[in-house]
Design a protein around this ligand. Structure first.
Ligand SMILES: Cc1cc2nc3c(=O)[nH]c(=O)nc-3n(C[C@H](O)[C@H](O)[C@H](O)COP(=O)(O)OP(=O)(O)OC[C@H]3O[C@@H](n4cnc5c(N)ncnc54)[C@H](O)[C@@H]3O)c2cc1C
Ligand code: FES
Length: 254
């Protein structure tokens, strides 16, 4: 397994009420959907989607001990980073793309929107609980249509991001989604029903990030090496959306 490379924080910008974008002094040859294993001394190591590769950046939401600590990093601090790991999204040309982002799922999709903007029509459905939890809406505005959904109606339409999928899915060549697993199951079902290819960036408990520990499996699929971006066809019938493994390796309902 690679050892973490030391990287220095060159930017720490708040992008939502509880979310920080950390820019690092490195350039990565990474594709949207790939992830980094980020190590904070004394706190451990967790997977984070790559948000930009030049310079390298990640976006962190403060939800627990590790992410709280990472969110408190400021310019000049050092962290350890391994990667890039996993598979990326398939890029297209002269096509219509539909991006469906729920919560922190917006992080890899912001990177993807930027790459797809060159030569494609990109429509984004961006969802969050509240207006102040929307992640980087500006990253999706220069690429075509942006439709915002919040659970409480404080910005955009009121309701969950998948509630209007039927309105958008028919005109698209491929759907890309990242967010809570139940949200992605709704996207998968809609894409299968409309016979539109889809790619989902799955979030499973990842310890090693390189195929050694088995904690990230979705059925027979190793999400850290064969994913995290997986096609709808691949995920269909695997138990995706039903059970996952927790930090102790126990199978728990999603
Ligand atoms: C491929 C991938 C990409 C990710 N990208 C981002 C990102 O861009 N930004 C971001 O803020 N978070 C991302 N995460 C989630 C992140 O790795 C952590 O889970 C999150 O920061 C919470 O960790 P914590 O210790 O602070 O909180 P905890 O209180 O320990 O956990 C909070 C939640 O995170 C889950 N979690 C904890 N550790 C892991 C882990 N090692 N792998 C997966 N899930 C875990 C727990 O099951 C729990 O549901 C990603 C996860 C994966 C698998
Ligand atoms: S995280 Fe260890 S095998 Fe995938």
């Amino acid at each position: 397994m690679d050892r973490p490379t030391k990287m220095t924080v060159t930017g720490a910008d708040r992008v939502a009420t509880d979310t920080i974008r950390l820019t690092l002094d490195a350039t990565w040859d990474a594709r949207p959907g790939q992830f980094a294993m980020v190590w904070v001394p004394g706190e451990g190591e967790k997977p984070m989607s790559v948000v930009a590769s030049d310079p390298m950046a990640v976006c962190v939401r403060s939800v627990g001990p590790f992410s709280r600590s990472l969110c408190s990093r400021t310019v000049g601090d050092m962290i350890g980073v391994r990667g890039p790991y996993g598979t990326g999204f398939t890029l297209m040309k002269d096509a219509n793309a539909l991006l469906v982002a729920g919560g922190m799922g917006a992080a890899p999709l912001a990177f993807l929107a930027n790459e797809l903007a060159l030569g494609n029509e990109v429509t984004t459905l961006l969802g969050a609980r509240t207006a102040d939890q929307l992640i980087m809406p500006e990253a999706f505005t220069n690429t075509g249509g942006l439709h915002i959904f919040t659970d409480d109606g404080s910005s955009g339409e009121s309701g969950i991001v998948t509630s209007s999928l039927d309105r958008f899915i028919w005109d698209t060549d491929r759907v890309y989604a990242c967010g809570p697993e139940r949200m992605m199951v709704a996207v998968l079902d809609a894409a299968l029903a409309a016979d539109v290819p889809c790619e989902l960036c799955v979030e499973r408990y990842m310890k090693c990030g390189v195929g050694l520990c088995g904690s990230c499996h979705v059925g027979e699929i190793c999400a850290c090496t064969e994913g995290p971006v997986l096609s709808g066809e691949r995920l269909n019938g695997t138990g995706f959306g039903r059970t996952a493994r927790d930090c102790a390796g126990r199978r728990v309902p999603v």
